[in-house]
Design a protein around this ligand. Structure first.
Ligand code: C5P
Length: 408
């Protein structure tokens, strides 16, 4: 048995291309087989010969692709690769990848591969900050790509800011994480997750809603599945697609969510990540409310059931071994979260600051605190899918040794 993995390293056209040669060396030192692919831009900075010599493998370029198709089967290689790295990922390459273009060998590989893709962006800081690049990065995140960097520092054009490609050592470290054999500590466990907002009808066309996107809950569902769990995801209205391999129950209101959650029990772990509306409209109208007449309607509100508290209060045997709540706060995050842990009788509260300036609510990234009776763990700001994996690893460890986290 060999641990060697095949990595396709797409080198984009930027001054950082020469640092990818060092990356080849580090990846080989970790025992990987590296297949370099140079875009036409990359060939302005380094030669296929230097990449091939360091990799000990042929370097692919568009120049060879017509003959290589039959001779080398690089498309087959793209399908069979364990990981694809794009370093440096230029603004242009990110834009083409985000839009699914396949106008050269590199972008064709990105469309064909089933392997995880890691982008290491490098560009002028203004290009990195440009809304078009932000959009492209957000799209690639949503498509499941991984990112490292760019780092802060001086870029080749002399400007200062975020735009420098991450150090080859850091990229190699991230590769180690991505290729680590996935341990499945939740195999045979049922994990129940709520996600998204709820919509509380005012009339047949209007609702009370909130800004939750459901991204965190969906990412948690995927992470739980990756750790081997059977997952039920009860989701309020979101535009996110079903997570493959996860049983989805789509609901609209808090009362429907409450019903679906209790129907999905028993579970070993319940993670209540939904932003459930605290109130519903008691006097919702069966017909569309009209303007005029007696002025604006007066909405009478009724309190919604607290799904988390209802699960935490279940008798032993019916109660999941680990009940996890979220605390989205706009101030005093830790103190409020600790109070919530007690009040709701949860085993774990995962707290984050959703003040508008953080961009967390509805955004791509999050920063979290995991709080139990006996411990507090800080997860720095990072993409939600990565944070979700870290959270699930932590929760899985509590389930394995329930004494360290459960008070239920
Ligand atoms: O809204 P609040 O800050 O109390 O929410 C904290 C936790 O309680 C979250 O995990 C949320 O999903 C859960 N919750 C719930 N049902 C509610 C309100 C909140 O499950 N009606």
């Amino acid at each position: 048995m060999t641990a060697e993995r095949h990595i396709l390293l797409i080198i984009g056209g930027g001054i950082a291309a020469y640092r990818s040669l060092e990356l080849i060396r580090l990846l080989r030192r970790d025992g990987h087989v590296v297949h370099p692919v140079l875009t036409s831009g990359a060939r302005q900075f380094i030669t296929p010969l230097s990449a091939a010599a360091l990799a000990g493998q042929k370097a692919f370029t568009d120049l060879f692709s017509l003959t290589d198709e039959t001779e080398m089967g690089h498309i087959r290689l793209a399908r069979q690769a364990d990981l694809v790295i794009v370093a440096p990922a230029t603004a242009n390459l990110l834009a083409r990848a985000a839009n699914g273009l396949a106008d050269d060998l590199a972008t064709t590989i990105l469309l064909v591969t089933a392997a995880p893709i890691l982008f290491a962006p490098a560009m002028n800081p203004r290009m990195w900050e440009h809304p078009a690049t932000r959009r492209n990065v957000a799209q690639l995140f949503a498509d499941g790509a991984h990112f490292i960097g760019p780092a802060e520092g001086e870029v080749a054009c002399g400007e200062q800011g975020e735009g420098r490609m991450s150090e080859p050592q850091a990229i190699a470290g991230r590769v180690r994480e991505l290729l680590a054999p996935v341990d499945q500590p939740l195999a045979g466990r049922h994990v129940l997750i709520t996600a998204g907002p709820t919509h509380e009808p005012i009339d047949p066309v209007r609702v009370l809603a909130n800004r939750s996107s459901g991204r965190m809950g969906f990412a948690l569902a995927e992470a739980a599945r990756e750790l081997g769990a059977r997952v039920t995801l009860v989701a309020g209205p979101t535009c996110l697609p079903d997570v493959p391999g996860v049983h989805a129950m789509r609901v609209q209101t808090a009362q429907e969510m409450m019903h679906a959650v209790h129907e999905a029990l028993p579970a070993d772990m319940a993670i209540l990540a939904a932003a459930v509306a605290d109130w519903r409209v008691k006097n919702a109208s069966a017909t569309k409310l009209k303007k005029g007449g007696n002025g604006p309607p007066v909405l009478e509100l009724a309190e919604n059931p607290d799904i988390l508290a209802s699960i935490a209060a279940l008798p032993e045997g019916r109660r999941p071994a680990l009940v996890v709540g979220f605390a989205a706060e706009t101030g005093d995050v830790l103190a409020n979260a600790r109070a919530k842990l007690k009040r709701k009788r949860a085993d774990v509260i995962i707290a984050n600051d959703v003040s508008p300036q953080t961009g967390i609510l509805g955004g791509e990234e999050t920063e979290l605190h995991i709080i139990t009776d006996s411990a507090e763990e800080h997860l720095p700001r990072q993409p939600k899918p990565r944070a979700a994996r870290a959270v699930l690893q932590y929760l899985a460890s509590l389930l394995v040794k329930p004494d360290s986290g459960s008070n239920g």
